[in-house]
Ligand binder design. Structure first.
Ligand code: NAD
Ligand code: UDP
Length: 343
């Protein structure tokens, strides 16, 4: 298939490109690099062993996007492009709605012009909000607590209405849990700008000497060891879920929603211990206060994805930790030549 990939230079997009190309799909990437380096795409070309086209463009530029889509004539689009920092979303709500909701509308217009009626969308477990029950299934009430979560929910609603109105179109919404880890080659991985806001990238920078110690944000949650529990998923498994979703989009119509996780929850302390094992030494940590808006536990029921998409996660915790350390130790400054903000 011919797949237009927005946000393809990002963390999840780059891993998905590798999986798509390994299965013989043709890809075209659109990214404005607001949160990624163009170097990523060079590394993906190297891993895939063949070229693909890429465009520096903003998904909100409907005219530019439409021209790219018309020329490439995609069978389907995978829409990763978006802003994703939960804390920042509360400070810059208009930017977040503009990119995450406005960008999705702009993309749908561009797809119309190119006669493309299939889209896979990056949503998030954060659309569920405080759990009424666990694990979350796709029918769990939707009550996101952050601006970011609300932009994702709104984009989901836009896609559902679009797919309902136009016969023969398909929107597959994937609600990701917590993606971690990196490609086995160690050539691509997660490279946050500035101080990492997420657990595993922060821990990786403690191991490489860029940060002094992990701050465990709360050890008084109602969980077995008091620290927050999440459903971490290896990014390569997540990338494979997009390949399965594309196959599904080719044979279905309307909007469908799938949780993409492992179904297994791990605490912050368990993640810290697993990463210390991968690195081969103890990494310092301190207990700090809870982070505002954090939920004690999040875990996915992924039975729908297994049943309908025929997809399930293959990689366990040690693979997640080892692949992250492989990427971080080979690229201590990420895609830059050197770290700009040493500890
Ligand atoms: P990322 O920031 O690494 O990748 C997003 C990419 O989109 C970047 O390359 C960025 O430059 C690009 N982009 C942003 N705004 C753009 C615009 N206006 N026009 C064109 N390109 C633009 O993020 P990621 O972790 O790879 O996440 C990909 C998607 O998955 C996002 O939509 C994110 O909200 C969603 N998601 C991520 C997580 C996670 O934990 N990483 C969890 C759930 C959902
Ligand atoms: N966390 C932590 N220290 C950090 C960052 C995160 O203890 O520096 C905890 C956080 O409170 C949560 C878990 O790690 O329980 C996962 O947080 P992350 O930000 O990675 O993901 P999300 O909150 O989006 O699930």
């Amino acid at each position: 298939m011919r797949i237009l990939v927005t946000g393809g230079a990002g963390y999840i997009g780059s891993h998905t490109l590798v999986e798509l190309m390994a299965r013989g799909h043709e890809v075209s990437v659109v990214d404005n690099h607001v949160n990624s380096s163009p170097v990523v795409l060079e590394r993906v070309r190297e891993l895939a062993g063949r070229p693909f086209e890429s465009h520096v463009a903003d998904v909100r530029d409907t005219g530019g996007l439409a021209a790219i889509a018309r020329a490439f004539a995609p069978d389907a689009v995978i829409h990763f492009a978006g802003l994703k920092a939960v804390g920042e979303s509360g400070e810059r709500p208009v930017d977040y709605y503009d990119v995450n909701v406005g960008g999705t509308l702009s993309l749908l217009r561009a797809m119309e012009g190119a006669g493309c009626g299939r889209i896979i969308f990056s949503s998030s477990a954060t659309v569920y909000g405080e759990p009424v029950y666990l694990p979350y299934d796709e029918d769990h009430p939707l009550a996101p607590v952050s601006v970011y979560g609300r932009t994702k929910l709104m984009a989901e609603q836009v896609l559902a209405d679009w797919a309902r109105a136009a016969p023969g179109t398909a929107a597959i919404v994937l609600r990701y849990f917590n993606p971690v880890g990196a490609h086995a080659s160690g050539r691509i991985g997660e490279d946050p700008d500035g101080v990492p806001q997420n657990l595993m990238p922060y821990l990786a920078q403690v191991a490489s000497g860029r940060r002094a110690a992990l701050r465990i944000l709360g050890d008084d949650y109602p969980t077995p060891d008091g620290t927050g529990v999440r459903d971490y998923i290896h990014v390569v498994d997540l990338a494979r879920a997009h390949v399965a979703a594309l196959d599904r989009a080719a044979v279905t119509a309307g909007a469908e929603v799938y949780n993409i996780g492992t179904g297994q929850g791990y605490s912050v302390k368990e993640m810290h211990a697993a990463f210390c094992r991968a690195v081969g030494r103890d990494l310092p940590f301190e207990i700090a206060p809870r982070r505002a808006g954090d939920i004690a536990e999040m875990r996915a029921d992924c039975t729908r994805a297994a049943r309908v998409l025929g997809w399930q996660a293959r990689h366990g915790l040690s693979d997640m930790a080892q692949s992250l350390w492989n990427w971080q130790s080979r690229n201590p400054a990420g895609y830059r030549d050197r770290a700009e903000d040493p500890a």
